[in-house]
Design a protein around this ligand. Structure first.
Ligand SMILES: Cc1ncc(COP(=O)(O)O)c(C=O)c1O
Length: 422
């Protein structure tokens, strides 16, 4: 195994905390991850040394602007964007999606259709439903298969063929089922019908290398706080699309991307912190990801290290998925709501949701919390997915979401505690 988990854990101060002598087991990561020291150092340095608004002729403003430029370039490397100008920072994925959906709406007209999916988090559903309401758009839904927990690509093809779909909002990895979707194939399909493709990659970016040029989509959104950074959102858009879109902006603001979409004063210390997490991942790729560098012959420098880091993380996390799913399946009454066969684990992230016969998900989460094991329960904003599975009334699912800083011992401990929960 490439990753040295002990060394990795030492980078994250929060992982060493104990409460009444009990270690914290963070399995709430799909809701937000802990941060490495590089994030803390970057944020502190920003606020002490370079705290300023944008565009001034004095030292702090110039240095602050340099941090912002680096953060944009860093995210361009992380996502393999062509240019830092394609990277838009904002409060979070949901706010960015609401904002850009208004701009995209200017390209659409009454009677056009959009495709939404039953697998998406509401952050990639709600903004488009509002747009459909405002403009009189038709909404077509792509379901997922209740046995395989994947989209049916032939169903998708037929929706694109038989409707005037102008925009498809699709999900890279599900925050509920854990499925990794073939967003490249869906994008190709959509582009045959000249449909714009908006990918929600919030739950994929923490678990694997992301390459917007390879996917070929038009927009892709993610959230640094889900990949070990501060509370921030990032939207990538293809340069020609960003140029074409009219931004909802104040008049003195820049007329070019990314500035025209970054309304008001940004969370500069958040962008500094995002740069910190990229430094952490770069370090990981450089020191522990050497064997993965060959997978990215076209990249060099930070871009290569970031992508190698994410591939190393992906490989390690499969051991966590496998152990977690196997442990859960050995417990009486458990129904794992996602891809479970060992041979198929490459098509999922380690976020695992499950129900237990005659048990309430919230009560299970509360019992785990009493042992300092942090997990989420309910619908986790994957409203459509939980409804399609018929679980809304019964309290949704229990969701256990390890990331690369979690250990097999933590998974074992969680399964041991679960044995006492019902
Ligand atoms: C798949 C997915 N999309 C979107 C979001 C919303 O992200 P944000 O909190 O940055 O708006 C989340 C948050 O959990 C998510 O899991």
């Amino acid at each position: 195994m490439a990753l040295n988990i002990k060394t990795i854990r030492e980078q994250f101060p929060a992982l060493a905390l104990k409460d009444e002598g009990k270690a914290r087991i963070y399995l709430d990561n799909p809701g937000g991850t802990q941060v490495p020291r590089q994030v803390l150092e970057r944020m502190e340095h920003y606020l002490i040394h370079t705290n300023s608004n944008h565009g001034g002729p004095f030292r702090t403003s110039a240095e602050s602007d340099k941090v912002l430029e680096d953060a944009h370039q860093g995210m361009a490397d992380m996502l393999n964007a062509k240019s830092a100008d394609e990277i838009i920072f904002g409060a979070n994925m949901t706010s960015l999606t609401f904002a850009v959906s208004r701009s995209i709406g200017r390209l659409l007209k009454r009677g056009d259709a959009i495709l939404l999916t039953r697998m998406d988090h509401d952050g990639n559903v709600g903004p488009w439903l509002h747009l459909a309401d405002d403009l009189g758009l038709e909404v077509k839904w792509l379901n997922f298969d209740l046995e395989t927990y994947e989209y049916d690509l032939t169903e998708a093809e037929s929706i694109f063929k038989n409707n005037n779909i102008k925009l498809a909002a699709i999900n890279y990895a599900s925050n509920c089922l854990g499925t990794i979707n073939n967003v490249k194939a869906l994008t190709e399909m959509a582009h045959h019908s000249e449909t714009l493709v908006f990918v929600d990659a919030v739950q994929y970016v923490p678990h694997g290398p992301t390459d917007v040029q390879d996917i070929g989509c038009d927009f892709l959104a993610c959230s640094p706080y889900k990949f070990f950074g501060p509370h921030q959102g990032v939207l990538w858009g293809k340069a020609e699309m960003l140029e074409k879109l009219e931004a909802y902006k104040v008049r003195p603001a820049e007329n070019t991307a990314p500035g025209k979409f970054e309304t008001g004063t940004q969370l500069h210390e958040g962008q500094a912190g995002t740069l910190g997490v990229l430094e952490y991942l770069e370090w990981l790729g450089e020191t522990m990801g050497a064997e993965y560098h060959k997978n990215f012959p076209e990249f060099s420098g930070r871009r290569k290290n970031l992508h190698a880091a994410m591939l190393a993380i992906q490989d390690y996390e499969r051991t966590l998925s496998s152990s977690l799913i196997e442990g859960l399946q050995n417990l009486a009454g458990v129904d794992v709501k996602g891809i479970s066969a060992g041979k198929d684990l490459a098509r999922r992230v380690p976020t695992v949701s499950f129900t237990v016969k005659n048990q309430n998900p919230e009560e299970i989460a509360v019992k785990l919390a009493a042992e300092n094991i942090f997990v989420w329960h309910g619908h986790n904003y994957a409203l459509e997915a939980v409804r399609l599975m018929g679980l809304e009334e019964s309290g949704g699912v229990v969701r256990i979401g390890p990331v690369h800083y979690n250990t097999l011992e933590e998974i074992d401990r969680t399964i041991e505690v679960l044995k006492t929960c019902w």
